[in-house]
Design a protein around this ligand. Sequence first.
Ligand code: THU
Length: 134
Amino acid sequence: MTDSDLIAAARQAAENSYSPYSRFAVGAALRFADGTVVTGTNIENASYGLALCAETVAVAKAMADGVRGGLEAVAVTGPGVEPITPCGRCRQVLNELAQLGGTNPVVLCTGENEVRRIRLSELLPHAFGPASLS
Ligand code: THU
């Protein structure tokens, strides 16, 4: 799957966004070393602060199916013109899965006409992760 395909998968996932409060539909797609792709979208709640971000949902889906590594690329899409970057909490959540498998995934921060390719280690330098506890 190419980067463009991964972005398309994230955009497709955003079609299922449950974001009646923010009206800000986000999509995420994770690509693993074996070619598997897992997607997620943001799921909001009437109790606003309980919103789940697209990236976090995707990581939870993957880990609930037993995935523990191999994360190579992440596509994130939003409704805006500007490329969207993962929020701080999502960076930490992505880092958990990445560090478990010893990878430093490229994050495709996607806007309407622009894709910014940023390594997770650049988005979250000096990360605290599973390795920090050993
Ligand atoms: N959101 C995400 O899904 N991912 C991010 O990285 C940033 C924010 C969602 C949360 C909320 O549902 C909406 O976007 C507006 O903040």
